[in-house]
Write a protein of this length. Structure first.
Length: 157
């Protein structure tokens, strides 16, 4: 029994080896300086503030981004993390998909509640459809906001 447990522990530990070697250093400011102009950025400062904008330039002393049409310079010493942002939020698309799925599920639940022998039971199908569509649309909208991907470029701790 003991050799099997030792073997399992060794196999488990060896499965984490690729993760250790796959780690990379994010403390190189030159990586920030290599970001292309106009690329979307998310910057987290050491004081806790977060900024979104587009890359203008990065020097040895500061990072300058375009935030709502105004250039904002952030001193390098104040930058905690820099992320590039890829993709766009597809809120409308996912809200429509969610509304369709929710409407179908709500109508199905309403139909299960329907009974021809009871008065006013035909109201359950449209009520289920409306509630399902509403809940599905909100769920899809929230999911659509998360379709952007952030990639860490720089981190100073």
């Amino acid at each position: 029994m003991k050799p099997i447990s030792v073997l399992l522990v060794l196999l488990l530990l060896s499965s984490y080896t690729p993760l250790v070697f796959a780690q990379q250093s994010f403390s190189d400011w030159a990586a920030v300086q290599r970001i292309q102009t106009n690329e979307k950025l998310f910057v987290r400062q050491k004081n806790g503030k977060e900024m979104k904008g587009r890359m203008i330039e990065a020097t040895d002393a500061a990072l300058t981004i375009d935030r709502d049409g105004k250039p904002v310079s952030i001193p390098r010493a104040e930058v905690r993390q820099v992320y590039t942002v890829e993709g766009t939020a597809q809120k409308a698309k996912w809200a429509l998909i969610g509304a369709g799925v929710g409407a179908g599920a709500g109508a199905g639940i309403g139909y299960a509640k329907y009974s021809p022998s009871r008065d006013d039971s035909e109201i359950w199908v449209p009520v289920g459809l409306m509630f399902g569509a509403g809940i599905g649309a909100v769920s899809g909208l929230l999911f659509g906001q998360t379709t952007r991907e952030r990639k860490l470029v720089y981190a100073a701790y």
